[in-house]
Design a protein around this ligand. Sequence first.
Ligand code: SAH
Length: 423
Amino acid sequence: MNVYDSWRIATMLEHRGMSRTDKVSEADIIILNTCAVRAKATDKVFSALGRIRRAKKPSALFGIVGCVARESGSNAFRRIPDLNFVLGPQSYHKLPQILDNPDAKLLNIDLGGLEKFDELPQMEKSPTVAYIPIQEGCDHVCTYCIVPYTRGREISRSFNDCVRDTIHAANTGAVEICFLGQNVNGYKYTDETGHLYKLSDLIREAAKIESVKRIRFTSSYPTEMTDDLIDMFATEPKLLPFLNMPIQSGSQNVLKRMNRPYALELYTDIIRKLRIARPDIQISSDFIVGFPGESDEDFEQTMQIAEQIKYINSYSFKYSPRPHTAAALMTDQIPENIKAKRLAKLDTYLNELQREFNIGCVNKTMQCLLEGPDKTGKHLIYRTPYMQQCIVEQTSDNAPAPILADICITAANKASLRGKFVK
Ligand code: SAH
């Protein structure tokens, strides 16, 4: 979502005649687009602001947008007095105001909803992978999560707007469409006639576009994985056989305290149905270890579910208490050293699962999407349908690299694959 927001911000400034630079010392405006999901991310923002302050031109404007802006509000000006702007995730379209009035301080952390989507200029050329936001905010209110506070209540964009943006992206270079939302599979839009549109309708519509070859969506909440969406994995070959469906914990007790009140059986049943619909599907998850009150036994249940589902490409985090969340006030917080130990154990296992899966891909041929050359320029980086990175030797004849290519995997380790073009 932040990558998408940053693209829109950059496009908006380009429309005002600005261009990008990688050098802080050359910039006229420096914008940090920020994430507040864990404390570490927030801390990094303030230390980066300190560095930027010293490195920038005296006349350059600098500020923060996104969730840390929303979370800190006017406190950000107290911490860094010469900061010029603080704009929340739903008000960054107000940024031009600071260009027009650089001496004022600009603060806006309103949860305005969908206004920004209409006010911002469209990107003229889409990247190969186009992120299409279809909903914002989240109504699930997991007790650890700051997102309902920073991004607000759940709200879905109109079906027509989502389709229009998808067609525009496809017409200007997108080959892969990634539908975005904090609770993306909860997408629900009812039009004037009372017709209800769901994520499965959007996928079907995107798949009709000839130049769109791959479709995915993120991030999903388990109980929103309804049968119509599961069926899409059986009937729509453009939908990638890969799904991130965070479980967070394998303990029913912890899930309950996280306010994720689904039964573990329901979660595993959804995965069973997905595997019937699409036998080659792979699942990834997010995990939180050391949630308040998590016992050794609870944690072992998380290890067990990881083993049972055999996740690939997963993310795991130590629980981080966040402002405006219920879990931060729970009295049975877990000591840092125990969190670290549990995370190390889970990470080691998840890496092992990833390595096994990667090695199992050797000698298989997969259709992969070009990401670009690597740093040396000697290799090309592709993405497999499972979002693995696959490194391919540049062809010697200097022919342009195909955007989509059948690649035979020749070697694998935990982090990436190597492959060669299938002639
Ligand atoms: N559905 C949300 C999740 C974003 S946060 C969205 O897409 O916006 C991504 C992951 O961060 C979550 O799945 C969870 O595993 C982790 N996370 C969220 N809050 C956390 C916290 N307080 N401490 C540690 N990890 C957290």
